[in-house]
Design a protein around this ligand. Structure first.
Ligand SMILES: C[C@](O)(CO)[C@H](O)COP(=O)(O)OP(=O)(O)OC[C@H]1O[C@@H](n2ccc(N)nc2=O)[C@H](O)[C@@H]1O
Ligand SMILES: Nc1ncnc2c1ncn2[C@@H]1O[C@H](COP(=O)(O)OP(=O)(O)OP(=O)(O)O)[C@@H](O)[C@H]1O
Length: 284
């Protein structure tokens, strides 16, 4: 342990996202794909506790099944912030992992974003939002979205954000129990990579889809089965690169009825839209 805790912060939320649509419009020279996607924050979340230490060590102090501490984006985010700012303080971090891994909910990216926002405040490193988002992009394509912290049309590989204001909504989110590795979906030869770009002003009136869905359904039949089951209740679509699928419903009651009928071995949640990341006010 690196000295006594000098400051603590408990129960910092790391909310999930849904990709209302996701179009792949091209590919960069480095292999990353260009996207157009409407991202919504939802109130399903991981939760993080931070204890600042006088020594410079950073570690996750609890165990998380399937996620070694040294590989955790939370630990990598904290070390990256130290490297970028020269901060000599350290942190013990506890991650209460509630979001499934590799689920298209952006859990790892959100954990990283919450770590950057919380430690930037606790360590007093004073990095402004835009620079923190640029730092976060090194950890994952979705991190800038969570640092900006509001619903957005996202372009580039995740770094070009146009905030949008959307009505509140209820969703059912369904996880068919598998973990989908994002890289494998983007690497598939049959992925649609040339969707026509939509103008921001037009996206509400155009037909949309998730271009990653067909590949994920082919490689992971559980995803196809989840879309089929949820689709009997409301129009259903995959989020991110899967494995979760979601449907917008009219009310909390409608969501609860579908959640109650969820087949054994899968998990379903009623999620509400979130207008802002709960830590949004902590950045300039
Ligand atoms: C598809 C989305 O879920 C949409 O929200 C995200 O853009 C994926 O973000 P992520 O899970 O944070 O993914 P990253 O860890 O950045 O990338 C994993 C791998 O997916 C591929 N990848 C990812 C994002 C992107 N725009 N193009 C890609 O080709 C790359 O091979 C990369 O090595
Ligand atoms: N704190 C973390 N939480 C989740 N995954 C993490 C974390 N740190 C590292 N990872 C790694 O990142 C991978 C993908 O994480 P994540 O759960 O965010 O995927 P995802 O929900 O599919 O995200 P996206 O929607 O951005 O594709 C995991 O399989 C895991 O190996």
């Amino acid at each position: 342990m690196d000295g006594a805790a000098v400051k603590c912060l408990a129960a910092c939320p790391a909310p999930a996202k849904l990709n209302v649509f996701l179009h792949v419009t091209g590919r960069r020279a480095d292999g990353y794909h260009l996207l157009q996607s409407l991202f919504r924050l939802i109130d399903l979340a991981d939760s993080l506790d931070f204890e600042v230490r006088a020594g410079g060590g950073v570690r996750r102090v609890n165990s998380v099944p399937g996620l070694a501490s040294e590989d955790d984006l939370v630990v990598r985010a904290a070390r990256l912030l130290q490297a970028e700012t020269g901060c000599r303080l350290g942190a013990d971090i506890t991650l209460d992992k509630r979001l499934p891994l590799g689920a298209g909910l952006g859990g790892g990216s959100s954990d990283a974003a919450t770590t950057l926002i919380a430690l930037n405040r606790l360590w007093g490193t004073g990095v402004a939002r835009e620079r923190l988002a640029a730092i976060g992009l090194n950890l994952g394509a979705d991190v800038p979205f969570f640092i900006h912290g509001s619903d957005a049309l996202v372009e580039g590989i995740g770094e070009v954000l146009t905030p949008v204001s959307l009505p509140t909504a209820h969703f059912v989110v369904l996880w068919p129990g598998v973990c989908v590795p994002t890289g494998a979906i983007f690497a598939a030869p049959d992925l649609t990579r040339n969707s026509e770009p939509i103008r921001i002003a037009d996206f509400a009136s155009r037909a949309t889809r998730n271009d990653l869905q067909a590949v994920a359904c082919r490689l992971y039949p559980e995803v196809a089965a989840a879309i089929e089951w949820l689709g009997q209740h409301a129009p259903a679509r995959m989020t991110g690169s899967g494995a979760c699928v979601f449907a917008q419903v009219d009310s909390a009651t409608a969501a609860a009825d579908i959640v109650a009928a969820c087949p054994q071995g899968w998990r379903a949640w009623h999620a509400r839209s979130l207008s802002r990341h709960p830590l949004h006010g902590w950045l300039d």
